[in-house]
Design a binder for this molecule. Structure first.
Ligand SMILES: NC(=O)c1ccc[n+]([C@@H]2O[C@H](COP(=O)([O-])OP(=O)(O)OC[C@H]3O[C@@H](n4cnc5c(N)ncnc54)[C@H](O)[C@@H]3O)[C@@H](O)[C@H]2O)c1
Length: 340
């Protein structure tokens, strides 16, 4: 299969592209390689993809361009005919959306529109794209279910991701473009993002520097190991979205439609308290953290917990990595990569 993976220089895009190349697919990566965090790690990920393609069965080509550049996206689709599009490029991060909302408009709204248009004109068989657990916003009913309404985002990042789900539905309806949105729940693992807690905490603990512990360590997150995420993303991408024959417009379920549209949670289904996550990092690093206790940050939700029964029923998704093990694997990768 020929697969477009946007965000291939990013954490999840890289891990997804790697798995696809290893299984023999031809992958085209698309990424602007921006400096939201250190681009050196993005370049290093791209190098791994090229090296893997040189020895594995699959292929890798890379387009370095901005999704907001309509011509660049059109050119990419005109050059390649894709069997699948896995759209993972985005401006991520909850906190940054409070200070730079325009970056989210450019990447998540304009960029997403360009992907939808390109898929429509190329008649791409299936578009799979990243949403987020943050769309659950003010909801407190646990676990979070795709059957619940999600119209109360607590920050602009979540609002743009919810907008993507709605934009996708309009294209699934109008142009019968099969789309699947995946709501990722706090993804972690090797080659992870330097702006996320696991990376920052590991770095600071190793350096003997304090770590900021928001909400006094009391919030819970459904931390999901990246290999489990990649397994789910690929299973979903392989299975083209279809209209749901049971969908009832007089009692509309938000997760499906009479159009080829669906939304799934993809999480670990086993939330862990932030303080326990920190203990797992301390154990893996072999050193105690110096904790700076702080209140809950603006825009953060106190708890996340994914109901993954729909994804399990559809594609047999079963997350298999306990947090202690996943954190230990990350710390091993970090020490090896940075020689620390
Ligand atoms: N990591 C998580 O815990 C998590 C949780 C929920 C949702 N998500 C979503 O999953 C996806 C992947 O996240 P990630 O953690 O790998 O993030 P990441 O920041 O590591 O990767 C995103 C990549 O997209 C690229 N990009 C951003 N804007 C672009 C643009 N306009 N044109 C081209 N490339 C652009 C960046 O350069 C980056 O390499 C994102 O859509 C994110 O919102 C991630």
């Amino acid at each position: 299969m020929k697969v477009l993976v946007t965000g291939a220089a990013g954490f999840i895009g890289f891990q997804t592209a790697l798995r696809l190349i290893e299984r023999g697919d031809t992958v085209v990566g698309f990424d602007v390689v921006n400096d939201y965090y250190d681009p050196a790690i993005k370049e290093a990920r791209l190098k791994v993809l090229e090296e893997t393609a040189a020895r594995a069965q699959g292929d890798f080509a890379f387009v370095r361009a901005n999704l907001a550049d309509r011509e660049a996206v059109e050119q990419c689709f005109a050059t390649h005919g894709f069997d699948r599009v896995i759209h993972l490029a985005a401006q991520a991060g909850v906190r940054y959306s409070l200070v730079n909302p325009h970056a989210y408009v450019e990447s998540n709204l304009i960029g997403f529109t360009n992907i939808l248009e390109a898929c429509r004109h190329a008649q791409t068989p299936h578009l799979t794209y990243a949403s987020t657990s943050s769309v659950y916003g003010a909801n407190t009913k646990m676990p979070f279910s795709e059957h619940d309404g999600v119209d109360h985002p607590l920050q602009f990042y979540a609002a743009t991701k919810r907008a993507n789900e709605l934009m996708a539905h309009s294209y699934s309806h109008l142009y019968r473009l099969p789309t699947t949105g995946l709501r990722f729940f706090t993804v972690y693992g090797p080659w992870g993002r330097p702006d996320m807690a696991l990376f920052m905490f590991t770095k600071n603990i190793l350096a003997g520097e304090p770590i900021p512990v928001f909400n006094h360590g009391n919030h819970t997150r459904d931390f999901t190991y990246v290999d489990d995420i990649v397994e789910g993303v690929i299973r979903v991408s392989d299975q083209i979205a279809e209209p749901d024959p049971a969908w009832d417009p007089s009692d509309p379920d938000p997760r499906s439609s009479n159009a080829p549209f669906r939304i799934f949670n993809i999480g670990n289904n086993a939330p862990v308290k932030l303080s326990a996550y920190i203990e797992a990092i301390e154990e893996a690093v072999g050193k105690p953290a110096i904790k700076e206790m702080l209140p809950l940050q603006a825009g953060d939700v106190p708890d996340t917990y994914a109901d993954v029964s729909e994804l399990e029923a559809a594609v047999g998704y079963k997350p298999a990595t306990p947090v202690r093990e996943g954190v230990a694997r990350f710390v091993r990768w970090y020490r090896d990569y940075y020689g620390s």
